[in-house]
Design a protein around this ligand. Structure first.
Ligand code: GMT
Length: 377
């Protein structure tokens, strides 16, 4: 199949999922066209089946806001015609589903019927999309998509609760490329670079937005390091990062916390890690938790959104109410204090992650694409 994938190219779950999906589809022989405003961070272009088309939005003094949706829909029309693309798969409803619908209509005017699959990722529904400024447009573009998927049952439930949706929503969970994570001997795993032998290594990875509750990550770690020797690795960048650095200084733990910024070496960081923290306010899925589990890292998380669908209580880690940092720290210590308990949780984390192997999930997308293409035959 010839498929256009529209996504955000930055660090962040939806872009990562879209990129990994496109790359695996390309490996399976499909022709994939990424269409977005810059090259996706995890995109390796060295494949005859992978194309990248950049959307340019030239500046003009009249525009207070650059009309990205307009440029994106024009680019989609041009690329569909040039490469004879058969299907649009847009990730994140805002504004991609809206721009995709406009492209569909323009193409229809020229006698080309192209199906559009929209994948809802989380904040496009729960935080941003639900805002009255966007709600009518988001509702419209979800209802006008040919097929809609959501990355968890929880996100599907939220979408049906918050919007007036007439379309079916199919749950297709996020995935992980397990082979890459557990079988790659080229990933060096030198714990001694980051911590002393007796120290546990705890990691948090995110875009450091408010929804991730970064101060909670620090508070949990603060309580842990009072009881056992430990280091915290903070990976990612965003608006809450500087505040977090000051909080560590205030608590007198700055020497135990390493702020890495954005990294393309997540696998290397996770292979050194003993425990992953994700105390988010809400999380439609929690791809970062799954990535950790695939590297045999147990997870201490909140119990909000789709996290209980990924992190299994008492098996791959523990889940607590949002903000209950004391309980989260106690649960973390239960895992970290005993080598044998930690080993068991590590094994469990991997075996749960295996359910989400890309090999199990990708056929669900392929079947949906075929159904979408058949709709217009
Ligand atoms: O978490 C973010 O703020 C980024 C956001 C994104 O779109 O990149 O993540 C959302 O999509 C991910 C991939 O499907 C999910 O794993 C995240 O849970 C979801 N984030 C939230 O719901 C807050």
């Amino acid at each position: 199949m010839k498929i256009a994938i529209v996504c955000y190219p930055t660090f962040g779950g939806s872009g990562v999922v879209a990129t990994e999906l496109g790359l695996e589809l390309a490996r399976r022989g499909h022709e994939i066209h990424f269409i977005t405003y810059s090259q996706p961070v995890r995109l390796a272009l060295l494949s005859p089946n992978v194309h990248y088309h950049e959307v340019n939005v030239p500046e003009y003094p009249l525009f207070h806001y650059q009309p990205y949706e307009l440029a994106l829909s024009s680019k989609l029309v041009d690329m569909v015609k040039l490469y004879k693309i058969e299907l649009l798969h847009v990730h994140y409803a805002i504004p991609h589903a809206y721009a995709g619908y406009m492209a569909k209509q323009m193409l229809k005017d020229e006698g080309i019927n192209i199906p559009m699959v929209t994948t809802l990722h989380g904040t496009d529904i729960t935080l941003v999309g639900n805002h009255p400024f966007y709600k009518p447009a988001v509702t419209f573009s979800i209802n006008k998509s040919d097929f809609v998927t959501s990355v968890s049952q929880s996100l599907k439930d939220d979408t049906l609760k918050l919007f007036n949706i007439k379309n079916e929503i199919e749950v297709i969970p996020n995935f992980i490329e397990l082979e890459k994570n557990i079988n790659d001997p080229s990933i060096p795993c030198q714990r001694s670079v980051m911590a002393k032998e007796n120290e546990r290594i705890i990691t948090h990875i995110s875009n450091f937005r408010k929804v991730k509750r970064i101060p909670d990550v620090i508070k949990i770690f603060y309580n842990i390091q009072k009881e056992i020797p430990a280091k915290l690795m903070m990976v990612g960048d965003g608006p809450e990062k500087e505040k977090a650095e000051y909080l560590c200084q205030e608590l007198g733990i700055l020497d135990k916390v390493i702020f890495f910024g954005n990294s393309n070496e997540i696998d290397k960081i996770l292979c050194l890690t003993d425990l992953f923290l994700l105390p988010s306010e809400t999380e439609s899925f929690g791809l970062a938790a799954l990535e950790a589990m695939a590297c045999k890292v147990p997870v201490i998380s909140s119990n909000s959104g789709g996290l209980p669908e990924v992190n299994f209580e008492g098996i791959s880690g523990y889940l607590s109410d949002v903000g209950d940092t004391d309980e989260m720290a106690q649960n973390a210590l239960k895992i970290l204090k005993d080598d044998l308990v930690l080993k068991q949780f590590k094994e469990n984390a991997l075996s749960i992650a295996k359910k989400f192997d890309i090999k199990n999930i990708l056929p669900l997308y392929e079947a949906l694409y075929q159904k979408a293409i058949n709709k217009y035959l």
